[in-house]
Design a protein around this ligand. Structure first.
Ligand code: SAH
Length: 240
């Protein structure tokens, strides 16, 4: 039987009863046909991974019993991903990959050339699903969208920002990040239409910003997100 991992709301402790929501109950008892006493793994985003058992098998409102911890909590490096929402399926892809590759927070930003709407609830659900599938014990928070220029105005002083700039003048990402040290970081990816001149000026003018090139070709925003997280993880993150 394939091992099932579910994200549940904590706290997790031995003998605690964990209520399942309707979607989880339908999945576990309708689709996966689990029975009373069957084992699975659960995590709440902060207490590591736990072994749990089915305490009530009901397709609408099942219950689990939390048994014992099996893996410690593993939190990804202090990396935020800022990106302008793109088409629904591509946005879902970016959220999923960000969770798999390891970021702490996803921050949708609206930009001058953004024309997609954002459904935060759906993005957060994608983040949970990705964490369940990839063995993560941490679920990145998906923040409410903020205008990029506003976010830059109150940008935290000690957090560096990788600006993925397709305009060719920026240093190649490997070179640029080799000069930096680990710590609090963020990556910003523009929308399909790119950043406006005002946004480029606001980004370039900041001490915290490191402009980088992801090569001589223009990547789509979802590709750019994966490429930038890869480069950052290899230079400064937990892939070293
Ligand atoms: N303005 C572009 C398209 C933007 S691509 C145009 O239409 O010509 C979407 C985003 O991906 C960009 O804003 C940038 O953040 C990132 N990106 C794409 N290719 C890149 C590259 N070669 N180097 C750095 N960033 C890139």
């Amino acid at each position: 039987m394939a091992e099932i991992r579910l994200y549940v709301s904590g706290p997790l402790e031995t003998n605690r009863v964990l209520p399942l929501d309707t979607a989880q109950s339908a999945y576990l008892f309708g689709v996966m046909r689990r029975k009373l006493g069957d084992e699975l793994r659960v995590f709440d985003g902060k207490s590591g991974e736990w072994r749990a058992e089915v305490a009530k098998a009901n397709k609408r409102n099942g219950l689990l019993l939390c048994v014992e911890p099996v893996l410690p909590q593993a939190t990804p490096p202090d990396l935020w991903l800022l990106f302008a929402p793109i088409k629904k399926a591509r946005t879902a892809f970016v959220v999923e990959k960000a969770v798999e590759m390891g970021v702490q927070k996803v921050l949708p930003v609206t930009t001058d050339f953004t024309n997609e709407r954002i459904n935060i609830g759906r993005m957060q659900a994608h983040a949970i699903e990705a964490a369940e599938q990839c063995g993560a014990t941490f679920v990145p928070d998906v923040a409410e969208p903020v205008r990029l220029l506003d976010m830059l105005e109150s940008w935290p002083e000690n957090r560096k920002l990788v600006f993925c700039d397709e305009r060719r003048e920026a240093l190649p990402v490997a070179t640029a990040l080799a000069r930096e040290t680990a710590g609090a970081w963020a990556i910003v990816i523009g929308p399909e239409g790119g950043f406006s001149p005002e946004e480029v000026a606001a980004l370039r003018g900041r001490d915290a910003v490191v402009s980088v090139s992801l090569g001589p070709r223009i990547l789509r925003a979802d590709t750019a997100a994966v490429a930038a997280i890869t480069a950052w993880q290899m230079a400064l993150g937990d892939w070293r």
